[in-house]
Design a protein around this ligand. Structure first.
Ligand code: ZN
Length: 149
């Protein structure tokens, strides 16, 4: 039986080799762009938002396996979800990456739903230079959500 680290490596490679929701969306879809100059990663996030729900999402860009697989997992995790739920998920992901942005005014995190494949990126926290790779797609997503509301 393979160890957890092997399983996680497999999930990351699978998303890197077969990225989900790859492509573009035509306007009026929101387009947000993110760069991680430390690694050379680039991400474009396209969002269709209707009645507070991300009805469709597409991902473009290129970069290292961590940045691209994180973007793929992110797209699969947020498609069809309400914005409030997505913002909660972004906070949980950043928390997992040991980025604390909470203050007293932020509501408590809803941790009732499993993170699924996203758990595979938990090990990245041990490599601080890669945390920016893993969070790039998520910060770009937030940028897109801010544009759409
Ligand atoms: Zn990278």
């Amino acid at each position: 039986m393979p160890g957890l680290e092997d399983l996680y490596r497999e999930i990351i490679l699978d998303h890197y080799r077969s990225p989900r929701n790859r492509g573009e969306l035509a306007p009026p879809a929101v387009r947000a762009e993110g760069h991680n100059p430390l690694c050379g990663d680039e991400i474009q996030v396209y969002l269709d938002v209707k009645d507070g729900i991300v009805t469709d999402i597409k991902i473009g860009g290129q970069g290292c396996s961590i940045s691209q697989s994180s973007a793929s997992m992110m797209s699969a995790a947020v498609k069809g979800k309400p914005i409030a739920e997505i913002r909660n998920l972004v906070r949980r992901f950043k928390n997992m990456m040991s980025i604390e942005e909470d203050d007293e005014s932020t509501p408590p995190l809803d941790e009732s739903k499993p993170l699924g494949d996203l758990e595979a990126l938990r090990g990245v926290v041990k490599f601080p230079v890669r945390i920016k790779c893993a969070t790039l797609a998520w910060n770009t997503l937030l940028d897109g959500l801010d544009q759409s509301t």
